[in-house]
Design a protein around this ligand. Sequence first.
Ligand code: PLP
Length: 413
Amino acid sequence: MTLLAQQDPEVARAIKKENERQRDSLVLIASENYASRAVLEAQSGVMNNKYAEGYPGRRYYGGCENVDVVENLAIQRAKELFGAEHANVQAHSGAQANMATYFALIKPGDTVMGMQLDQGGHLTHGAKVNFSGNLYNFVAYGLDRDSETIDFDQVERLAKEHRPKLIIAGYSAYPRLIDFPRFRAIADQVDAIFMVDMAHISGLIAGGAHPSPLPHAQVVTTTTQKTLRGPRGGMILSTEELARKIDYGVFPYAQGGPFMHVIAAKAVCFGEALRPEFARYAEQVVANARVMAQELSESGLRLVSGGTDNHLLLVDLNPLDITGRDAEAALEEVGIIANKNAIPFDTKPPRVTSGLRLGTPAITSRGFKQEETRRVAQLIVQTLADMEDERVKKRIAEAVKDLTSKFPVPGLD
Ligand SMILES: *Cc1c(COP(=O)(O)O)cnc(C)c1O
């Protein structure tokens, strides 16, 4: 029995069951992944106990010599991994990285351009329920109705009309490559700073499976827990020119003491991502997404934009006459975990939606190749085709169990 199980059986039991749930289900949530055991070990260690306000070599507390080592390692590795001039690894999360970046670079009331939330943007890109939509004047660009890809004519027209201080690219539900140089050219025309939020695709970029936003963007934010497969956390990369402002925006402006245990785990994660195996992982994530898209399309499902170039795909459920909410629930019953998602120009409310978002980062981490991914796609098709039949669902649940038991997750018990 572990110490935790002895001292606090209720929490220990929930953690144990969560381990089993992650092990026994097919995780297709595009923003989730399985961090390595080394990452989890660093994150759960004693650096949790250390206060280290400030930056390496410039702290407000004594006793920082060891946490300085891990923060310097994280910074050096992040810069090497992405070819950045400056890295701040203290943001507690992706949302906080964006918050600190806005604090650093713009003032309340300034105009910012970002993707419309229901077409793939993020809460922190101007949603009315978020600080961003309240503090700043966000102008939303969107997708072209036919191609369901970024409408660059609209981006350019809106930029010239509104002259934003900041233009943001980078999304939560966009299955295509992003043309960073084209955004930068538009930003330059109106003297805006070009910011990329690569939260979803940073692992693909690190592994060379998606073009890099550097050096096109002056500032790049990310989470570290998604395709990058690290601890839950955020990071900001920038030009040397913006470095001081960014650091100040994070601390002392937006945050207090950094999570040194998480920063230690970020250093481990970046070290892993620098290895050749990680490039193979990123490539496989994309190859698996392609196979899944192909299989779903061949089975008659409609994919937003017709397919995928990255780690995720969006299924339009309208032709099947089912909702995202119902599809998510039916899939969960058979052990396939995905999320409902708005599709471009969706007519259903956010709690219902007409779409399903599927991603391959987690199943690829557990070792799935094209063959297994094709099988997963078939199980999804079968589930959606017959959401009421209990016998069908039981058979699919068995197939899920068979697949997951053959591919243990590195990092889980
Ligand atoms: C996930 C995500 C974030 C926020 O990350 P958290 O770590 O959940 O705060 C920000 N931007 C984009 C585009 C995201 O997909």
